[in-house]
Design a protein around this ligand. Structure first.
Ligand SMILES: *Cc1c(COP(=O)(O)O)cnc(C)c1O
Length: 433
């Protein structure tokens, strides 16, 4: 019935999340409300960490992709769970630093790091830079030379794999804005260029093939292409890559008909491919890095809303409006993403009423989900839960229509605490002069 085992129904017929009554949490903290199941986040981290230790070479580990969701408490958790992190901006670096996260374990991504970004990250001691192209290699070299250090870098390559997901999240193809293509020879050129820099220590190579990936062997195919490239670079330059970062992207279950991936099994299979390919190519197996974002936090999140208006247009369609929307969850508007939406306070009632669940923004595209089934007399004041919102919701939230962003309340061992407080109206005007 549920997409994740941290969801349930209690004796009062109300939805529970991480064992806690959703309605009671809404009462206590107000809506809209982001909830995050800390125990689930930690469980997901351990799943990756343990499987990667078991199936990959020494030094292999997961890096949490903070773009999925980033605030200080999450970086503290990542630190405690021994996770590396993938950062993409000064803002993420600053957040991690403020949380006391050791940036030596951070990998700095992005297809356009400005000179200011590069200097900032090096000043803060970010361990690894993932260079997207020749300009970045030069910029990192220049900054490292100025500081008299040797900066560890990885090069972002595009292995030319189509993951058959949505266009907007498909990044591993040759015509991507990210990285240097293996197929066109640009990856080899970039490698030769990086190796010729006096202040760069080339740790290895990176690729990221896409997001919400369920397809059978995407990571295995990427690993083979990348390992063959590593073997080629060994032949050409005598250079042995120490790290191979295969990026993030494993899919999560948003609705009942999405498959449930067994991450440990997936990692075991990639491990087997890496071992076999290295043996065939006669190269030493590099440490493997993976960069899960969504699959660490998505199923640890749930959003609660309160119903405002119910509009019935006989012969056409029905709308249920809630007190949040595209400002706190833009994913349907952006990608037509699917979600499981539940009447959190009335879980045991039949749900014959089919409607579009829409937000409160002045925008017809402000839809959370179409064709949602709710109780026949769903009404103002009822509670709606949108499940699996831990990834790319809070991190993509905006103040559109001057809506304050909801708080993030963490659930841990049966207790709840505020990790990000609710924005106030004064927060909204804090930058205005
Ligand atoms: C987005 C991204 C990730 C995380 O992807 P998920 O689908 O959230 O696992 C990891 N690495 C890079 C480079 C990314 O751009």
């Amino acid at each position: 019935m549920f997409t994740c085992d941290n969801l349930g129904v209690n004796d009062a017929g109300r939805l529970t999340f991480a064992g806690q009554d959703a309605a009671a949490l809404a009462e206590r903290y107000g809506t809209p409300l982001y909830l995050m199941d800390e125990d689930r986040v930690r469980r997901n981290c351990r799943l990756y960490r343990d499987a990667m230790r078991a199936h990959f070479a020494e030094g292999s580990r997961p890096l949490y992709a903070g773009k999925a969701c980033a605030f200080k408490q999450l970086y503290r958790i990542m630190s405690e769970e021994g996770m590396g992190v993938d950062v993409v901006s000064r803002g993420e670096i600053h957040t991690a630093a403020q949380a006391g996260y050791d940036l030596a374990n951070a990998y700095f991504h992005g297809n356009n790091k400005t000179d200011v970004d590069v200097a900032f990250a090096m000043e803060r001691g970010v361990g690894y830079f993932v260079a997207d192209g020749a300009e970045e290699v030069s910029a990192i070299e220049a900054e490292a030379a100025k500081r008299g250090i040797r900066q560890k870098v990885l090069l972002r390559l595009t292995p030319g794999i189509d993951t058959h997901t949505y266009e907007a999240v498909n990044t591993g193809k040759v015509d991507s804005k990210f990285g240097a293509a293996v197929e066109t020879g640009q990856a080899a050129e970039l490698t030769a260029f990086a190796l010729s820099q006096a202040h760069l220590d080339l740790a290895g190579f990176h690729c990221h093939v896409g997001s919400q990936v369920f397809a059978e062997d995407v990571f295995e195919r990427a690993a083979i292409i990348m390992l063959e490239f590593i073997a080629d670079m060994r032949k050409a330059h005598g250079y042995e890559a120490r790290q191979l970062d295969l990026g993030g992207g494993y899919g999560v279950r948003y609705v009942a008909d999405d498959p449930a991936l067994d991450i440990a099994e997936k990692i075991a299979s990639v491990g087997k491919t890496v071992r076999e390919t290295c043996a065939r190519l006669g190269i030493r197996a590099p440490a493997i890095l993976l960069e899960p974002g969504r699959s660490i936090v998505a199923d640890a999140g749930l959003t609660l809303y309160t119903v405002g208006a119910v509009k019935r247009i006989p012969g056409y369609k029905n709308y249920v409006s809630i007190d949040g929307g595209m400002a706190d969850n833009p994913r349907f508007a952006l990608y037509r993403s699917r979600y499981t939406c539940l009447p959190a306070g009335r879980m045991n009632e039949p749900r014959p009423f089919v409607c579009d669940l829409v937000g409160r923004c002045c925008e017809s595209g402000d839809v959370i989900q179409k064709d949602v089934s709710l109780p026949a007399d769903i009404r103002r004041g009822d509670l709606i839960a949108v499940c699996t919102t831990g990834a790319y919701n809070y991190s993509m939230a905006s103040n559109y229509n001057r809506l304050p962003r909801p708080p993030v309340v963490m659930l841990r061992g049966g207790e709840a605490y505020v990790a990000v407080r609710r924005e106030s109206l004064d927060d909204l005007t804090a930058l205005d002069v």
